[in-house]
Design a binder for this molecule. Sequence first.
Ligand code: ARG
Length: 463
Amino acid sequence: MSANELWGGRFAKGPAEIMERINASIDFDRRLYQQDITGSIAHSNMLIAKGIISREDGEKIQEGLRTILREIEAGNFKTDPALEDIHMHVEARLRELIGDAAGRLHTARSRNDQVATDMRLWVRDTMDHLDGELKDLQTALVDLADSEADTVMPGFTHLQAAQPVTFGHHMLAYTEMFARDRGRLQDARARLNECPLGSAALAGTSFPIDREMTAKELGFDRPTANSLDGVSDRDFALEFLSFASICSMHLSRLAEEIVIWSSAQFRFVECSDSFSTGSSIMPQKKNPDAAELIRGKAGRSSGAFNTLLMMMKGLPMTYGKDMQEDKEPVFDAADNLQLCLAAMTGMISDLTVNREILKAASGAGFSTATDLADWLVRSLNMPFRNAHHVTGALVKLAETKNCGLEDLSLQDMQGVEPAITEDVFDVLGVDNSVASRTSYGGTSPQNVKEQVKLWKSRLAGGA
Ligand code: ARG
């Protein structure tokens, strides 16, 4: 073929080769082989049942499809960019295996409804795997919350020490976040679970197909109700990526805490050797690389979400080849999320918590000042605003004496507020402080133990 007259000056050959390269998706969509073959078997079962193809042809087709599945799984399936995608590869191989009957498989179907069905099946399988992995992570977090239910640590706002909390409570906060992520998966799965197969190219078909039948065989709740929407909708992939972005953000926050906590300046926790690396030049270093990579990879999922959102936003109905670009972001986000969840579960299961250091740190920065103010309200019936003021004065006094609130003498305290009694020391230690936070959802070890119990039974019950 001769070069294009307008822009082909530097091309020895015509545009066919570059066209083939931009057009072919087989290098990445071969991952859909299983879904593609399952979808084709369901479609052929329906064609046989409705008398659209003969049983004999249908059985030949199905035997051929099973052979192809085995070939691909054994790793001996040749691909050729001229055959574009997984759908054409499977059909071409089928023709080699069974001859002309292969051509009957595509009756009442188009690659448009075929690829939409394959992608839904793939995303649905992936959602189910990820749900299991999220559950494993929750289990690791709940176990850690259990063993560290009474461990006090500084609670932060603005990354400034605010009030002491329990380490278990902190782990359960993440357990809640991942529970919401699992909820998002379930919600998205329910909306995804409609079958586009039978929408054909865009308008439906004149063949007497049974869409309920194929939907049911493929585990969908029902067929999609509008053929135009059936072939052009990628909301299910966007919802999956939106879930993946939020879940990655949660993982990234936890990863960031592990990075901070394991630094020499904090030493709150230590990552096991299996999730750390050394430095090639500084022998003393032990770096929390797994945590950093989880934090770093979070950008990929939201990047994938944006890629797909932007790809879809200008598309008139129905199918456009642009939509072939949905696959790489979905696969990339799924692969990386799977990796991050497994790494985080490993890290959490192996984490060493430095209880002594956490305890010492949780008393710093006058962290029990709110307890003192609350005590003044409760025991002296002081209005909270006045109590806030008196506590401020006591903090200032402790600061000038360079000591903690609990190290002030009763005399010192009475110099600021004469009504203060010995009992005040009961609320000033960090253990007393966390033990008193028994309001629902609060940080007390007692609350943590109750929540751990609840979570354990939820997780054991399949939730
Ligand atoms: N490889 C294509 C994709 O992933 C399959 C659908 C092609 N349909 C078409 N009419 N060219 O979107």
